[in-house]
Design a protein around this ligand. Structure first.
Ligand code: AMP
Length: 199
């Protein structure tokens, strides 16, 4: 029987590799970090861009990878058939719900609009009380600096409050951020009340 993973992290990241090699290196680092600590990676199930690099690095280091992909994207995103479990689901809504249900924590790496949407969605779900799982944003080489400036401007302009900002963790260092998220997830698990099925 397969050993239960020590933790499960859902990672959102680019379906493209980005312009600098540092993005690929960080995605691979994240995959390996999860594997080396006997954790589980949950992601969108594609084999392209940072998504594929991260999943391959995790699998190669002996990690467990759950991919969740809508059937309409199986060819477009080049579904990763090497995943420990590949869930081919009916639509995007189901993909996001299954990914969230399998996660103890969420992490967004650099990416594009898909990554942004997923990050903001789990953040808004958390503020609404649909889940209580930690959320991290990897600000690799300042990739998210301008987003953070914009968010602070929305705060100053009275459209957000500090409590909302406190719901996310940001760091430029992938292992430090993963460590923080996993520690927080473990501390919160006993009291967690999940309501993701009500989304
Ligand atoms: P991107 O960051 O745009 O490269 O996309 C990364 C991943 O996000 C890809 O697997 C996309 O299929 C996925 N994605 C795109 N739009 C959405 C959405 N509305 N909800 C969830 N995932 C999405």
């Amino acid at each position: 029987m397969r050993e239960k993973p020590a933790f499960s992290v859902c990672v959102y990241c680019g379906s493209r590799p980005g312009a600098e090699p540092a993005y690929a290196a960080a995605a691979q680092r994240v995959g390996r970090w999860i594997a080396e600590r006997r954790g589980q990676l949950v992601y969108g199930g594609g084999h392209n861009g940072l998504m594929g690099l991260m999943a391959d690095a995790c699998l190669q280091a002996g990690g467990r990878v759950i991919g969740v992909i809508p059937k309409a994207l199986v060819d477009k995103e080049w579904a990763h058939t090497g995943c420990t479990e590949l869930h081919v689901v009916d639509n995007m809504h189901e993909r996001k719900r299954i990914m969230a249900e399998h996660a103890d924590a969420f992490l967004a790496l650099p990416g594009g609009i898909g990554t942004f949407e997923e990050f903001f969605e789990v953040w808004t779900w958390r503020q609404l009380g649909y889940h209580d799982k930690p959320i991290g944003l990897l600000n690799l080489d300042g990739f998210y600096d301008s987003l953070l400036v914009f968010l602070n401007s929305a705060l100053k302009q009275g459209f957000m409050n500090g409590g909302q900002m406190d719901l996310i963790r940001t760091s430029t260092d992938a292992p430090a951020l993963l460590d923080m998220l996993v520690t927080e997830a473990k501390a919160g698990l006993a009291s967690e009340k999940l309501r993701l099925d009500q989304i």
